[in-house]
Design a binder for this molecule. Sequence first.
Ligand SMILES: [Zn+2]
Length: 625
Amino acid sequence: MKKILLSIALFTAVIGCKAPKSINTPTIDRTVVNLDLLNIKDDKVKVTIDPEKFTTQTVSFHIPKTVPGTYSIDNYGRLIDNFKAIDYLGAELLVVKTDANSWKIDNAANLDKITYLVNDTFDIDGEKGVFSPAGTNIEKDKNILLNLHGFVGYFDDLKEKPYQIIINRPKDLFGSTSLKLSESVDFEKAPNSKKDVYLAQRYFDVVDNPIMYSKPDTTYVNVEGIKVLLSVYSPNKIHTAKSIKPQIQKMIAAQKRFLGKIDNTSNYSILLYLAEPEKLDAKGFGALEHHTSTVVILPETMPLEALNSAMTDVVSHEFFHILTPLNVHAEEIHYFDYNNPKMSQHLWMYEGVTEYFANLFQVNQGLIDNQDFYKRVSDQIESSKNYNDSLSFTYMSKNVLDEPYKDEYYNVYQKGALIGMALDIRLRELSKGKTGILDLMKKLSEKYGKNNPFKDDQLISTIVSLTYPEIQTFFDNYVTGSTPIPYDQFFEKVGVTLATEEAPTSFFLDGQVPYIDGNPENMKLFFRKGITLNSFLKKLGVQNGDVIKEINGTSYTIQNVYDLIMGSQSWTEGDEVSMLLERDDEEVLLTGKITVPTTQKTTIKEMELPVTDMRVKLRNAWLKN
Ligand SMILES: [Zn+2]
């Protein structure tokens, strides 16, 4: 998963298949699911689930509480209405709802099928807290985004058995997915409609394969032995698959070259949903990974250049998830319990190393230069300072669903990536430049792979056995242990220095990084917790977490945040300023004068060294090998 701060996304916005045979729907050996996209009422889709015959007295049906990659409890059962269990004579069976996501059905031996209505998340205020790339959209005849975990559930004993998914849909809405389409034929019961049939080997594959139905705007990118489907939904036709294709092509080619032989994925789908920020629409920007696809949500208002750069950062991150967790993961992930999830200790690897690679491949393949790469690293160092730097990363990871560790999650993209970098530098040092973390990930994916999980508490000893005994100390100190990483010592090894200096910044933005963010659940703007405020905000008395009500008498929310940013550009030193804030449920009025905002900047620079110096050799091995 990769989350982009709402404000980053908004501010950058400123600046066919024919099959002659008929469909048979066997009622044994598989769960047959039907989604009716033809008769959508009030943004609700009717779902019918026809399982094999049960022999037990009762049976339970579940919709996921959480899904892999989101690291949050979302209770998708909240989206289900009008749940009915029907027997073979058409009568309703007794159903008891046992928790937010589970239903217990009596007389299971007589159960023919269950039916229910599914509501979507995008147009609900706050999206019920579901991160949009894991959410659902039902907009009749326009766009239906099927993150199938929001639509399809499982019976206890049938989770590992095949699913047949039948989707009745309007003829002009095309389904984009990596899921295998076994048939697509005219649907005889309604005009201008089609019936698509997909097969999934087990429930995991249902969840792992989102489908986006929309008017076709798709293209294929064939590069370095991989076929990538790019499907774009741009409601106002601002962007097209064709306009985004060149950047995707360049990026995937660079990623494949960077990965070398590790990756053997032959098909991949990028499902891009562009949201309208000013409407009740998806507000959580970023993406969620799957084995052979990703759902990406970004604002439609982004200019092409910004969209291309966001796609590069986000999609490359998702694509690198092919390495981990998809090919290297713990049992906790492999035998994922959708309703009683157990977390693995290794978010430093799943999200951190993935994010590190998403930056490293760009400098390695020449998409950005060394200095751009250092800038990203120094931004990560700065952001990570706003989280608990003395917290064991493995302990945080194991407990990330619970308070207070939940609030540390965003640090996986900061400190998690920095752990990856420090480990990479240490491995380069120990191997005299020969191998780094990519080689380690390659060995791990050869050892484990998609179908062979590791035991959570044995990963580190395995890594040590595949590399150097000294690596145990690295993990003891900086990953399982609570010692902050001495970045300057690691940089010294590769001939770069870390320095801090006071530098000018903007009132609400530090470069591309905003001091404020918006809460999509209530539209309110607030000063982010994960950032050191600039000198102006500090002097005025602003604290991290303060909610903005009014500035100079004008109310601001997500809706008009753009006006606030643009307006502040003409603020003049010495002018009066007032901010009405909400802090711990109380109003606070701050008044003062405008001062020039400055902030402490971490800068990374290369030492002037002869090319024969070992540190220069290690640096080149680190960034260019
Ligand atoms: Zn991720």
